[in-house]
Design a protein around this ligand. Sequence first.
Ligand SMILES: *Cc1c(COP(=O)(O)O)cnc(C)c1O
Length: 384
Amino acid sequence: MNTFIPFSLPQLGQEEIDEVVDTLKSSWLTTGPKVEKFEFNFENFIGKDVKAISVNSATSGLHLALEALGISKGDEVIVPSLTFTSTAEVVRYLGADVVIVDVDPMTLNINIDKIKSAITSKTKAIIPVHFAGLSCEMNDILLLAKEFNLKVVEDAAHALPSCYKGNKIGSLNSDATVFSFYANKTITTGEGGMVVTRHLDISNRIKIMRLHGIDRDIYNRFQSKKPSWNYNVVAPGFKYNMTDIAASIGIHQLKKLPDFLIKRKHLADRYFDAFSDLPIITPPNVKLGGVHAWHLFVIRLKDNANLSRDAFIQILSEKGIGTSVHYKPLHRQPYWRKRYNLKDVDFPAADSAFKSMVSIPLYSAMTFKQQDYIIESIIEIFND
Ligand SMILES: *Cc1c(COP(=O)(O)O)cnc(C)c1O
């Protein structure tokens, strides 16, 4: 095979193209009817009467969720080390401090015992990350949060659609859940995100702050005869709104999500079958009542593979197969390491996973033929 198989590709069709063209022809490009429709459909998809507030990225969504919860200077927010820097950076935007803790060695999700021992009088919130699309043990996290009066914002950038004990991520009892529609996520709008919450006060604050702190509700309720230029700025807000162009893509991606999931699960099952005899640790699967979104398929090389992670990546690359690593953990990232004086030994699970982990291609646009080539290539590495 001489065509390169990228690590990730979006799956876009004529429906997305037609909807974007329709939006362009309408001349309404920014937040408008397509955004409203996308949010409405998203609320119905998650269910349980949630409010969905679209934004221009999951990073913006996490920032807005923490802002709405009143996180500020002097507060501490607990996050896992094995995540994208977004999860932590938004805490610093608000002047608060991040407390980075280790993950569970099996699930690679935030370690609940480590959360417990990291709680201080300054702790205000926890941001669990559903790593690769496998839900965290949310009952334990929510119970702990209740006991210590902490807020919970789920970073669900990998978890659309994931379920925990029969309930969709986004519909649980946390304060807010944030999804990403970045180009390599399970559905995309190019750039985009969605905050979901069941709390009206939080959704109202986010709606105000995502667009310059302009209070539309006050405007609508009391001033409906006022011209549109006469709005009220009630806070120094942000410019985080989603465009109708992006929402046009999202409307159709969301419709296709159930089919995307079936394909991702099928691809994951085929990897499990293919790797059962190789010196590879396959990713943990869900427990009863769970649904794995399969955003990522993260394998780990066993010690007896006699091959470094970097060499494995190099060989696959030479065979025309793209891979990635999720993630170089936060405790190894210069900014976080220096600011909080972090040491590898304090993150044994994330650190040892990092040294042996590789994310191999898994996306709905991938063909089974492409996957067969990836599987054959990996088997060949270990048969040499
Ligand atoms: C992708 C990702 C984000 C950020 O998403 P954006 O929409 O690009 O801002 C945050 N957290 C995790 C775990 C992610 O994978």
